[in-house]
Write a protein that binds this ligand. Structure first.
Ligand code: UDP
Ligand code: MG
Length: 227
């Protein structure tokens, strides 16, 4: 039976995967805010929504705070990793979890600190509906970041682009992926993963939405790589 006309069929689901490391200072503001925008975008499409917060071995009160938030936000699911594995591993764990649930249609990956504006969720979904399996939010203005980071990131991306032939300038981990893309991504067994590079390498039709990166809503950047 066509699921559109079968009332017993589960609603299609959007999962929003959010890696969190030492984010206790801002989660009680950020997660309800992200969920509000995700709910509105999902509701407009008669879809169901889940937030997957991946606590990447935080050493602050993140785990306790997520326990409290889970009681307030029924759509929130929490994964607690045993230690800090790094953002790439946290993203992979969150995507694996999202794929475990039935009826998954779309995944959005975004940061916990509101530097990936949740207001853009609606736009990501509407661009996906134009036929793009991947919709990427790309940095127009890089927001607050250190000189050393600015200094290192540019040559890293130039070299990466030169060697790989994949354009990555301005790329972020704020992306919408069709479930087909998530499945392909998780079949790649790379251990040292570089999410935005792997997505570009997979080559699905993609669209870019420019955005200005706001300052962090609180806490400090844990940056240690080239993003
Ligand atoms: N993060 C993580 N594990 C880490 C470092 C960061 O899960 O080891 C998360 C962090 O909580 C945030 C996102 O990855 O949600 C981006 O981190 P951050 O804001 O520190 O990086 P930046 O925005 O400076 O690139
Ligand atoms: Mg940040």
């Amino acid at each position: 039976m066509n699921p559109e006309t079968n009332p017993a069929a589960p609603q299609k689901r959007i999962s929003v995967v959010i890696p969190c490391f030492n984010e206790a200072g801002l989660l009680s503001e950020a997660l309800p805010r992200i969920l509000d925008f995700a709910r509105a975008a999902a509701l407009a499409r008669q879809m169901d929504v889940r937030l997957v917060a991946v606590n990447d071995g935080s050493r602050d009160q993140t785990e306790a705070l997520l326990d409290v938030l889970r009681l307030r936000l029924p759509e929130l699911c929490v994964l607690n990793l045993t230690r800090n594995f790094g953002k790439e591993a946290a993203l992979t764990a969150g995507l694996e979890q999202a794929l475990c649930w039935p009826a998954l249609k779309l995944v959005v990956t975004m940061d916990a600190d509101l530097q990936h504006p949740p207001e853009l969720l609606e736009k990501l979904l509407s661009v996906h509906e134009q036929g793009f399996a991947v919709v990427e939010a790309v940095k127009q203005h890089r927001g607050e970041e250190s000189h050393s980071r600015r200094f290192l990131a540019r040559p890293f991306y130039r070299l990466f682009e030169h060697w790989s032939g994949l354009p990555l300038q301005g790329q972020t981990d704020f992306k919408l992926l069709d479930v087909v893309v998530v499945r392909q991504l998780l079949q790649m067994r790379e251990r040292g993963r570089f999410y935005r590079g792997l997505i570009a390498w997979l080559g699905f039709p993609s669209a870019q939405i420019p955005f200005d990166v706001p300052d962090r809503a609180g806490g400090q950047s844990q940056w240690s790589g080239m993003s």
